[in-house]
Design a protein around this ligand. Structure first.
Ligand SMILES: [Zn+2]
Length: 323
């Protein structure tokens, strides 16, 4: 926990933009999603819950390896006008007929990418390939959770256009780290079958797009009502002064947001479990392999090692987004 806090603080100091739920929240979302699965799935997922949580941030790590990875985590909906964005095709092929691929990449492709991953998971279930099932499940957990973050659906993703730099990490990292373990309720119910994963992904990112204005406005108002010395907390670490949003300020923000962060975390958990469940049903509800899953990283071991090492060096340089 100490390490998590230190790194998030460093990031805040350096003022780099953030792109994703924090490390803590991504792990928690994948973890709690396991308990929403039906009896035929839960033993396999529970047995591998360590893998699912440990690899919840792999897609972020891959951003240092693969240029096109970043676009899979967000969509600047406001680039396409205003809600309900009628001019924005919901299908990738239709969008490609309107704009070149690099333009689409530039403004983010999250709701097009997520259904593709769910199709891959269905294929992995059909093959009963434990390694692929787990790897893709962990990554679906990441992408689906990102879609639920309001600032992942706005071009003002870190408040950089409104003088609110740092708000991204504040909403998605600092607040869950401070309050989720003790105050949030993650007893949610059961995974549901999604009749149309693409529609579901679009619905969720549209909700995020609508909430982005609230996320920014409420913080602006709170900031105006708060004396500067109460907004931030300072600490000394190895001779370096660290600054982060104070706990009191975070608590007040959470209250004014009427529990939005908890609500979006809960919705993420249900959505992740529902994607896993839907892929399994679509694959014909195969019996899941319960043998030793040490082969999980076979074939991907090299990529994983490179990703981890690039990630670590980005952390040292203070360029990581997910602490
Ligand atoms: Zn992400």
């Amino acid at each position: 926990m100490k390490k998590i806090l230190l790194v998030s603080t460093l990031m805040f100091l350096i003022g780099e933009p953030c792109f994703c739920w924090g490390f803590f929240a991504h792990r928690a979302i994948n973890y709690y999603a396991v308990f929403l699965l039906p009896p035929d799935m839960i033993p396999f997922y529970k047995k591998n819950i360590g893998f699912l949580t440990d690899h919840a941030v792999d897609p972020d790590k891959r951003r240092y390896l693969l240029a096109e990875e970043g676009a899979r985590h967000y969509m600047d909906l406001d680039h396409y006008g205003t809600f309900p964005y009628d001019g924005l095709p919901r299908s990738w092929d239709s969008a490609l007929r309107k704009w070149p691929a690099d333009t689409l990449q530039k403004y983010g492709i999250a709701p097009w990418w997520l259904p593709r991953m769910v199709s891959r998971l269905t294929a992995a279930f059909r093959m009963r390939d434990a390694g692929r099932i787990l790897k893709i499940s962990a990554e679906i957990g990441h992408y689906m959770a990102d879609i639920h973050v309001p600032l992942h659906a706005s071009s003002n993703h870190n408040g950089q256009l409104t003088g609110q730099e740092g708000i991204h990490g504040f909403w998605e990292s600092r607040i869950p780290e401070l309050f989720a373990s003790d105050d949030y309720d993650f007893l949610i119910g059961h995974a549901i079958y999604l009749n149309a994963v693409p529609n579901f992904a679009w619905e969720r990112i549209m909700e995020s797009g609508k909430a982005a204005d609230t996320v920014l406005r409420v913080e602006r108002e709170l900031s105006a009502d708060t004396r500067p010395e109460r907004k931030y907390a300072f600490s000394d670490r190895k001779g370096q002064v660290l600054r982060q949003y104070s706990e009191a300020y975070a608590s007040a923000y959470q209250t004014r947001l009427l529990g939005m962060v908890e609500r979006r975390m809960r919705q993420s958990i249900l959505a992740v479990a529902s994607c896993w469940y839907t892929a399994w049903v679509d694959a014909g509800q195969p019996t899941l392999p319960m043998d030793n899953s040490t082969r999980i990283m076979d074939g991907d071991g090299k990529e994983q090692r490179i990703m981890d090492s690039l990630w670590k060096s980005a952390l040292i340089r203070g360029r990581s987004c997910t602490n």
